[in-house]
Design a binder for this molecule. Structure first.
Ligand code: HEC
Length: 384
């Protein structure tokens, strides 16, 4: 008893050879006319007009590019949304957390990256069925002829209209010679897709480790050798780094004393609280918007030390000297200019907040502080 059934020879296609490019164009047109769908033309060089004769539509590859391009867009946007507005929201340059214009370049890049890489991968592994490179036409006299100077047509047995005798007649009538049936090899029938073959996966892994290893080695070692490391030794100073050049050791420098930023008036009452108190007037009115801005800034910049109600109940738990209450006689009787001056220049241990808080915000904070003071020292007339 045979332990393995040896299959009969299975027909793949019937092929015919032509000598002239015009004949093969005609053959393609006739095959279309006869209604054959599964046939192919093999020529030794690109023959003009062939795709029209065979009525080949645009490649379906573009759909793959579209799908993966859109996935790239979605992935990139989702990722950036997750990172910058969900997981670690951070205000950068005053932009909203999800700042679409800033995300466009990355979105574009990822879209193009995914579309192009996946198009190539799909082309190789789905359309070309690599790494399976076996094909019934390989190693046939037909292939030898069409890859030197002949033109061939191969009508496949899987075509619904296929009938061996009819196809042979059809080719005969077109004037083909060397009309030959082509059969599958046994190996070609059993192995359809070799992507998942251990041999191929092993090959991919080998390529992966070789590339990764070489990249690691070159980036970490070769680039640190001899002439390759030019770019690492630059006469430059990175942010936050020490510098021996300056006596205070700071690499990042403060602007020179007296520097005036474009469009900004310097503070007129430097070191002169009495003058600030006398001449400065709050330009803002205590509207709802102003008070709410003042509240927000007070909570952010003042409340850590002065407490939410400005009673001096610091939340810094002894890391910084507790400030006095801002509900004292003294501060209640301060002019707005006094407080403005203290925010601008600081007072003793309290540092200046001129860099963090704009002028307008300072005035808004003062109005909010006035409201706080009134709330803690309400008079009977306030209730009426
Ligand atoms: C890092 C902690 C800290 C922060 C933040 C802070 N202050 Fe002060 N503040 C102090 C300390 C400490 C004093 C007392 C300084 C002294 O000894 O004269 C003080 C004093 C004051 C005084 C004078 C009080 C007095 O009785 O002389 C005012 C007014 C004041 N701060 C307002 C503010 C405002 C408004 C803000 C927010 C913009 C603010 N402070 C932010 C720590 C802070």
């Amino acid at each position: 008893m045979p332990d393995k059934i040896i299959p009969e020879k299975i027909l793949y296609s019937v092929t015919g050879i032509f000598d002239h490019p015009d004949e093969i164009i005609n053959a393609a047109e006739q095959a279309e006319k006869a209604g054959y769908k599964k046939y192919d033309i093999n020529t030794s060089y690109p023959v003009h007009g062939m795709s029209t004769a065979m009525r080949i539509g645009p490649s379906k590859l573009s759909y793959i590019a579209l799908v993966f391009g859109l996935s790239g867009t979605t992935l990139a946007l989702l990722f950036m949304w997750y990172v910058s507005s969900w997981d670690y929201p951070m205000v950068i340059g005053g932009k909203p957390y999800f700042s679409l214009p800033a995300f466009i370049p990355i979105t574009f890049e990822v879209t193009v990256l995914l579309a192009s890489i996946m198009t190539v991968v799909a082309m190789l592994f789905i359309f070309f069925k690599l790494p399976n490179n076996s094909h019934p036409l390989h190693d046939t006299d037909y292939m030898k002829m069409v890859s030197s100077d002949r033109f061939g047509i191969s009508i496949q047995a899987s075509d619904p209209l296929f009938d061996e005798v009819k196809v042979k007649d059809f080719l005969q009538n077109l004037g083909a010679h060397h009309i030959t049936p082509i059969y599958f090899d046994e190996s070609e029938i059993s192995v359809k897709n070799t992507v998942f073959e251990p041999k191929f996966i092993g090959f991919l892994l080998a390529v992966f480790f070789a590339t990764a290893g070489f990249t690691y080695f070159s980036l970490n070692y070769i680039l640190a050798w001899g002439p390759f490391n030019w770019m690492w030794n630059q006469h430059k100073l990175n942010p936050q780094k020490r510098s021996e050049l300056f006596s205070d050791g700071f690499g990042m420098r403060m602007p020179v004393e007296g520097t005036v930023a474009r469009g900004y008036m310097p503070y007129l009452y430097k070191g002169n609280q009495a003058a600030a108190s006398k001449y400065m007037i709050n330009p803002l009115l205590p509207t709802k918007e102003v008070l709410s801005m003042g509240q927000q800034k007070f909570v952010t910049f003042c409340s850590p030390c002065h407490g939410y109600l400005a009673k001096g109940d610091s939340r810094l738990r002894g890391q910084f000297p507790n400030p006095p209450s801002l509900h004292s006689e003294k501060v209640r009787n301060y002019q707005d200019g006094d407080i403005y001056h203290i925010i601008t220049e600081g007072q003793n241990t309290m540092p200046s907040y001129a860099k963090q808080i704009t002028r307008e915000e300072r005035w808004a904070i003062i109005l909010y502080l006035r409201a706080l003071q009134r709330s803690q020292n309400a008079k009977e007339t306030d209730i009426k």
